[in-house]
Design a protein around this ligand. Structure first.
Ligand code: ATP
Length: 600
């Protein structure tokens, strides 16, 4: 499909949404644009009819013509005024209740998170953030451009029919508008030049009154010089503005002179035609009225066409995001997620690299995570631990290799069902500024109960935090909405409690879940997590994958995976790895030494 037909379909669908959400107002707006297109020509015709009737001595016809001209004028003005207010109403309403949520859905409801790291995606989100009204507005700009085009064509047809000379008004108006634009460009350019000096003025002024620079200023005696520089900058602003005002005034004067001479000449030519009997007095009257207003009509037509064509700035990103969301959207499958594991999870030649990078973040990784096991993943910074956790959560698609869950390919398992059977606490956790109970309850929207909330709070060692909340579970968190602000560690406890809400996850993913906690809290949380992991391991074969730099925690795991540059270089339990004397032993000893050295 070509770009033009894509945009045309998008604009039509935006108008369709307006019609669905605000049928009466949309119908009124469309009618108003139709009235605007024809009313202007109606004014001219009615005036001509009035004057010609008067010339013919037909008083009643003249009166009717006068009334019609007044009605056409009133309709044009009244409808335009009401339509512009209503247009803003529709743009805002449809923008906020249809377009903005659509943009949010195009991000939040994608099953994977590649887009959040995709530069092209992020650029487009930035381009339309807070501009949902402009996306709807672009559809109305297009309708207005059509309406203004029709208005202009009708006006020219009427003028041409009265006398072909009248069509010469068009080049006069075009020339005047061209000079007018030059004048505007000159003023804008001078504002850009003046802006630099204005910033300098503000800078010098602030330095003179600033408390921090005040001491230095007095010691160095530079104060008077700053004042002089401020005055010089102000003088440059004034001089550049004056020059621009004079130049733009000249451009405008030339434009209006050209228009006036042309306009008067055309009217003169028509007057000659009247004298020759080739045109009526009504034609002159119509030419005088419509000719004087033609400039406004052409200006609006050009403006709305340029607005409509400029709409690509918001339409292109919006269309791109919609197409991206369609391509990468969630597709459900009928392979259910397991409720218990019997064999475990097998990673087979798993490989993944982030878009735009040429290094594998996870490189040909093969290992089995046995059912019921607590698996720790260790390695230096950037070795691929978090990426492995994200692949297990289906947040990225592996480039090659497979993840088999009790023999079923994870790629085939229904993503929604898989996510519902996970519990995950990530290093970069969310801070939901809602009530304490809601912020934790989000962890299990479908089955969460008051009892599971209590258990989750205890598992995250957050009972003390909860007891200190001024309004208990209903305490609003975060200062953005007038709630209490939490420390980093307290936010992390809330996130950890959220991750404990699901009562029987078959996979628990913990990626540095206690990085912001103090040592006693970390110990308490780990003990509680380990108890829970082992108990779930025994009852439903749940696999726990924990990423941690704390080797004291890691040592207790059933299986430890040691990663380096995306590859699995060692695996086994603590004793086996210590005996083999590889990277794990080295990291463990460095960690133990720094731990003791720090006197902890
Ligand atoms: N969004 C991303 N885009 C591009 N490269 C990334 C992205 N996230 C991670 N990487 C790269 O992938 C590699 C593995 O990163 P990952 O976060 O998985 O390592 P890690 O072992 O968890 O590190 P850390 O211990 O610091 O959390 C690193 O080289 C990292 O720079």
């Amino acid at each position: 499909m070509t770009n033009i037909s894509k945009y045309a379909r998008l604009l039509a669908s935006l108008l369709g949404i307006c019609l669905r959400r605000e049928p009466a107002v949309t119908a009124f707006l469309l009618a108003a644009m139709a009235v605007n297109a024809v009313a202007f020509a109606g004014i001219g015709l009615a005036l001509k009819y009035t004057v010609d009737s008067m010339a013919a001595g037909a008083a009643v016809s003249a009166a009717i013509g006068g009334v019609l001209a007044a009605l056409a004028y009133a309709a044009d003005r009244t409808v335009s005024g009401a339509a512009s207010a209503m247009r803003f109403h529709v743009m805002e309403k449809v923008g906020h209740i249809e377009i903005e949520p659509g943009i949010m859905r195009a991000s939040a409801e994608l099953p994977e998170i590649d887009h959040l790291e995709h530069q092209e995606y992020l650029d487009r989100i930035t381009a339309i953030r807070g501009r949902s009204w402009a996306i709807v507005g672009s559809a109305w700009n297009a309708v207005e451009a059509v309406s203004m085009g029709v208005r202009l064509i009708l006006t020219l047809l009427i003028l041409g029919a009265a006398s072909p000379w009248l069509l010469l008004m068009l080049p006069c108006v075009v020339l005047q508008l061209w000079f007018d634009r030059r004048a505007q460009v000159r003023l804008k350019r001078s504002e850009l030049v003046a802006a630099r000096n204005q910033r300098a003025q503000i800078h010098f002024f602030k330095l003179c009154i600033s408390g921090s620079a005040g001491k230095e200023l007095r010691v160095s005696g530079v104060g008077p010089q700053l004042v002089d520089r401020q005055v010089a900058a102000a003088e440059q602003v004034r001089a550049s503005r004056s020059r621009a005002l004079i130049a733009s005034g000249c451009w405008r004067a030339v434009g209006w002179t050209v228009f006036t001479v042309g306009y008067a000449s055309v009217i003169g030519l028509v007057a000659v035609q009247v004298a020759d009997g080739a045109a009526s007095v009504g034609d002159v009257m119509m030419a005088v009225t419509i000719g004087a207003l033609l400039r406004g009509v052409l200006d609006r037509a050009l403006q709305s066409t340029s607005d409509a064509s400029g709409a690509a700035r918001v339409l292109e990103p919006y269309l791109w995001l919609r197409e991206y969301a369609e391509r990468r959207g969630l597709s459900r499958t009928d392979v259910p997620a397991p409720r218990r594991l019997t064999d475990g999870i097998t990673l087979s030649n798993l490989t993944f690299s982030y878009p735009g990078t040429d290094r594998n973040a996870v490189d040909d990784l093969s290992v089995t995570l046995p059912a019921g096991a607590v698996v720790a993943v260790v390695g230096e910074y950037g070795s691929g631990k978090t990426t492995l956790v994200k692949l297990l959560a289906k947040l990225h698609r592996p480039h090659s290799g497979r993840i088999l869950v009790d023999g079923d390919d994870l790629a085939e398992i229904d993503t929604v069902a898989w996510r519902e059977s996970l519990s995950a606490a990530f290093q970069d956790f969310g801070r939901y500024q809602t009530t304490f109970a809601e912020s934790i309850g989000l962890g299990d929207l479908r089955h969460g109960t008051a009892a599971s909330l209590d258990a989750a709070v205890t598992a995250a060692d957050a009972d003390e935090l909860r007891s200190r909340l001024p309004d208990g579970d209903r305490t609003q968190l975060g200062s953005a909405f007038g709630g209490i602000d939490l420390s980093e560690g307290q936010w992390q406890k809330v996130a950890l409690a959220r991750a404990c809400m699901r009562p029987e996850p078959v996979v628990l993913l913990l990626d540095e879940p206690t990085a912001s906690l103090d040592a006693p809290s970390e110990q308490a949380v780990f003990e509680s997590y380990m108890d829970r992991a082992k108990s779930l391991g025994r009852s439903i074969g749940a696999v726990t994958v924990i990423v941690s730099h704390r080797f004291s925690t890691v040592a207790g795991a059933d299986l430890i995976l040691v990663m380096k540059e995306g590859a699995l270089i060692e695996s086994g339990d603590h004793d086996e790895l210590m005996r083999s004397g590889g990277l794990y032993k080295e990291l463990f000893e460095i960690h133990s030494a720094s731990y003791l050295g720090a006197g902890k």
